[in-house]
Write a protein that binds this ligand. Structure first.
Ligand code: HEC
Ligand code: HEC
Length: 308
């Protein structure tokens, strides 16, 4: 009896050694970076069409997930703290390549993220966007809202392979220009290309209670803990997707400058605030999180105070 146990332990040991010799790359998916070249011949995953949805409980759950994704603030107000909807950053209903499509995300979890230093399930990844991008209280992993969002993502990923980073996932990375970035130049890029929709004051524009052009800073925007607060991530998103309908029309320099300008304004506090101190929060969460202005002095003010 004992001998068999020992033998199987040895076998297990050997097989783990074999795995270690051919390790699966354990990359950190906190900061996504899609460095795959994009050109006109790139073939993207084709998610199914709504008309192909079955008329059953599964189809109904997919529809519910879609509704929450495009109209988050109204559908699940209890989980949303700002004026945003998921679709504001994951465009065309979470379908658009190079705008962090859900079909690019779903097959890549569970995955390690240094952001919380653990392996995250797909539900935990979505909870992250609720906590930071939506400045809210994440729905529990076993809630109906979460089931709906996961089912919607699973459906969009129909026929996609698991564990393969597909072309069009996340936002294509835009390298920081050699001369860095300029908030001042960014203000001009903003006035010329963005203010028309997002407002000169960055507060977006509402029709009745709903934003038709989402805010870029201020109390109804994403908070200081969101991925979009990084200038590099914002530059990636903006270059590929903004101005709306004219993606890839800004130069890399303009994308970085306007991203820096956008992220040099106040927004809701990082919910991970340590001991009420911007400095401590900077040390713990922002010092090594890409390029960002949290805790930095801009125009005589320390950023990261938060707005309510
Ligand atoms: C023609 C109108 C229009 C223009 C011009 C425009 N945007 Fe947008 N922008 C939108 C809309 C609409 C959305 C939300 C997309 C959706 O929900 O599908 C959006 C979303 C965004 C987002 C993500 C959501 C958020 O609020 O944080 C950012 C960041 C952004 N735009 C930045 C910019 C920047 C920077 C420029 C100028 C370079 C710009 N936009 C120009 C209409 C516009
Ligand atoms: C303010 C913009 C913004 C909003 C609003 C937003 N997200 Fe995100 N989301 C991002 C960014 C940026 C990333 C990439 C994270 C990074 O690089 O740090 C991301 C990543 C994700 C991922 C993982 C993508 C991948 O390929 O691994 C999922 C899933 C996701 N978001 C779902 C959601 C859902 C669901 C909502 C609404 C409840 C939402 N997001 C709202 C900006 C946003």
């Amino acid at each position: 009896m004992k001998k068999i146990l020992v033998t199987s332990l040895v076998a297990a040991l050997y097989s783990s050694v074999a795995v270690a010799e051919n390790p699966i790359k354990m990359d950190d998916q906190s900061q996504l970076s899609n460095i795959q070249a994009v050109n006109e011949s790139t073939q993207y995953h084709q998610p199914p069409l709504e008309k192909d949805l079955p008329d059953n409980a599964y189809g109904e759950m997919v529809r519910k997930g879609h509704a929450i994704f495009v109209d988050t603030k109204n559908q699940v107000p209890e989980y949303v703290g700002n004026g945003m909807n998921c679709v504001n950053c994951h465009m065309d209903q979470g379908r658009l390549a190079n705008a962090a499509p859900l079909w690019g995300a779903y097959p890549m979890y569970p995955a390690y993220r240094s952001k919380n230093n653990k392996v995250n399930t797909y539900a935990e990844r979505i909870q992250g966007c609720f906590q930071f991008s939506m400045d809210g209280t994440p729905p529990p992993a076993d809630s109906e809202a979460m089931t709906a969002l996961i089912t919607y993502s699973y459906w969009l990923a129909t026929n996609a392979p698991t564990g393969v980073s597909l072309p069009g996932r996340a936002y294509p990375s835009v390298k920081q220009p050699e001369g860095g970035y300029s908030i001042e130049r960014g203000a001009q890029v903003y006035a010329d290309n963005c203010a028309f929709c997002h407002g000169a004051d960055g507060m977006g524009q509402k029709v009745a209670e709903n934003y038709v052009f989402p805010p870029l800073w201020g109390k109804d925007s994403f908070n200081w803990g969101a991925g979009m607060h990084r200038i590099n991530t914002a530059a990636d998103f903006i270059k590929a997707n903004m101005p709306l309908g004219k993606g890839n029309s800004l130069t890399d320099q303009e994308a970085w400058d306007v991203a820096a300008f956008m992220n040099s304004h106040e927004r809701p506090q990082d919910p991970r605030l340590v001991d009420g101190s911007v400095e401590k929060t900077y040390e713990k969460y922002h010092a090594n999180d890409g390029v960002n202005l949290y805790g930095q002095e801009v125009n005589g003010k320390i950023l990261g105070q938060g707005v309510q």
